[in-house]
Write a protein that binds this ligand. Structure first.
Ligand code: CDP
Ligand code: CDP
Length: 204
């Protein structure tokens, strides 16, 4: 029997990993999980309910995941803060691992998919881009929700989050040694999708 197709996308904020992962999932008819949304939900619930983030991580449901507030600037920052707590990561581990190991195969995107959640993935891509490029992309998304937000503020947020995510002791953001690197700094969406498709194909 052939192994189910499991594809891992990791990388820093606004590198384009979620966009690419969802396209590749559609290409291969695979279920897709944006794991960042789980950390955003845990941080958001902890904040609005004034509860411990570890408890919040156990209370995530479909309604929480559909909350528009999870797409906001504060939710990204809160996610990164709670994601540094090992017990929060442990509370979210089994759900992610079960999703990765379902018989249908799967695509997941996050920070530690290729290193911790699915080290056995068939294909691993580490998607990155220059901080200024990522800040511009994220600013274009966030300014629709908050017209007063400056690009410099978004760049500062991104640098702080990259540093925290990369330096934490529990499942830091890092490229798996066997991951393929995709730098999207100079690639528009269509070119990035074409490159991701050929990188995935090269590993199958
Ligand atoms: O979309 P963006 O890359 O800005 O963020 P996200 O993927 O929604 O993740 C939000 C935060 O959750 C990240 O900054 C990480 O701190 C954390 N995260 C993580 O630690 N591990 C993951 N697998 C996914 C997200
Ligand atoms: O998931 P992640 O935070 O890494 O990024 P994303 O949500 O896939 O992409 C962030 C924004 O950048 C989206 O609006 C994408 O359409 C855009 N993007 C882009 O302009 N050029 C790329 N090569 C990839 C994404």
């Amino acid at each position: 029997m052939t192994r189910p197709l499991l594809i891992a996308f990791d990388g820093p904020a606004a590198s384009g990993k979620g966009t690419l992962a969802s396209v590749i999932a559609a290409d291969y008819g695979l279920p897709f999980l944006d794991t960042g949304l789980l950390y955003r939900a845990a941080g958001h619930l902890a904040h609005v309910r004034h509860i411990d983030p570890v408890l919040a991580a156990t209370l995530i449901d479909a309604e929480t995941l559909a909350d528009e507030a999870l797409r906001g600037r504060d939710a990204g920052e809160r996610a990164s803060q709670v994601a540094a707590i090992p017990e929060v990561r442990a509370a979210l581990f089994t759900y992610q691992q079960d999703f990765a190991n379902q018989p249908a195969g799967a695509v997941l995107d996050g920070r530690d998919i290729g290193t911790v959640i699915a080290p056995h993935a068939t294909v691993k891509l580490f998607v990155t881009a220059a901080p200024e490029v990522r800040a511009h992309r994220r600013w274009l998304q966030l300014v629709k929700l908050n017209p007063d937000l400056s690009e410099a503020e978004v760049l500062s947020d991104i640098r702080i989050r990259d540093e925290r995510d990369s330096s934490r002791s529990s499942a830091p953001l890092e490229k798996a040694t066997d991951a393929l690197l995709l730098d999207t700094s100079d690639l528009g969406i269509e070119a990035a999708i074409a490159t991701a498709r050929s990188l995935v194909k090269s590993r199958l």
